[in-house]
Write a protein that binds this ligand. Structure first.
Ligand code: ASP
Length: 304
């Protein structure tokens, strides 16, 4: 029997919870959950025997194209009103491509994928427009990425009138029919951050990680905490070296490496999605909410 193919997408709000909680998501059918879009693109890839890398890329592209998400068009604005996006992909074979402060590629996740496929490097910062074109990527002018909603959000934040949610990175994890794993993460970062600020999402081992036989992880939340805690790799290490199951490893990594750190005077928050080698899917967060979705027998199920 072929292994079950699994994939999940996430988007997280920056609300703090009094206590951390982990769960196999409450299965709910929702008509309007926006991150269902990230799932719709995927079944065709995996059901046709396509690789997990293609599936997570397609899923994240769909969310980057949707201005509701903090990724690609509609990414949050820096303090200077610009959009600088970060993205990373990683295969379970141990190959990664990532970009930070991307300003030209319509789909930063495709740029990350191109870096994996076409450059000898892993992480590029603000690759020139011509490089994107040379790699066959669609490019867009700066105004394409900036939406009115994000302008208003920035104004509120700078005026001290905005609480939550300030961000909401998107990501996907998948296991394909051959049992290979992949993870992808894409973000506009954190609203009103300094120009040039880089979060956890494009840093391999912090916001994104995959290793065949163990786990694929995509994170979202207060990037500085995830960076310093190397959270995605921490999940892998706990499973591989300590033999923890994926749900324990995920919650252990979040409580020890995220909640224990302070952001804006309070415990840092965030969450992650992970799929292990057996196909077990985990949605885990130390924040009040985290949206996740996954296809199931032709339907898209979501959790909040
Ligand atoms: N982790 C992202 C960052 O710090 C933000 C997010 O997850 O929403 O850039």
């Amino acid at each position: 029997m072929p292994p079950r193919r699994l994939r999940s997408v996430h988007d997280q709000s920056r609300r703090r919870s009094a206590r951390p909680h982990s769960r196999h998501p409450r299965l709910r059918r929702q008509r309007s959950a926006p991150n269902r879009r990230g799932c719709r693109e995927v079944p065709a890839v995996l059901d046709a025997g396509g690789p997990a890398l293609d599936a997570v890329t397609a899923s994240v592209v769909a969310m980057e194209d949707d201005p509701l998400f903090n990724a690609g068009r509609g990414g949050v604005l820096t303090a200077k009103g610009t959009v600088e996006t970060d993205a990373a992909v990683m295969t379970g074979h141990g190959r990664a491509g990532a970009v930070c402060c991307s300003r030209h590629a319509r789909n930063p996740i495709r740029l990350a994928r191109a870096i994996l496929a076409m450059s000898p490097h892993v992480l590029l910062c603000d690759p020139p427009e011509q490089v994107c074109r040379d790699w066959g990527l669609e490019v867009e002018p700066p105004e394409y990425f900036v939406t009115d909603a994000r302008r208003e959000q920035l104004e509120r934040v700078l005026a001290g009138r905005h609480q939550a949610p300030r961000h909401g990175t998107v990501g996907a994890v998948a296991r394909d029919y051959h049992g290979h794993l992949a993870a992808a993460t894409s973000t506009g970062g954190i609203v009103a951050s300094a120009v040039g600020r880089i979060g956890d999402s494009p840093v391999v081992g912090a916001g994104t990680f995959a290793r065949d036989g163990v786990v694929a992880v995509s994170c979202t939340g207060d990037g500085e905490a995830f960076l310093q805690g190397l959270v995605a790799h921490e999940v892998d290490a706990r499973m591989r070296l300590a033999g923890e199951p994926v749900n324990h490893a995920a919650m252990g990594a979040l409580t020890d490496e995220v909640s224990s750190r302070v952001t804006d005077g309070a415990p840092a928050t965030g969450g992650l999605i992970a799929v292990d080698a057996s196909g077990r899917l985990v949605v885990c967060h130390v924040s009040a909410s985290m949206l996740a979705a996954w296809p199931d027998h032709g339907e898209v199920l979501t959790s909040v």
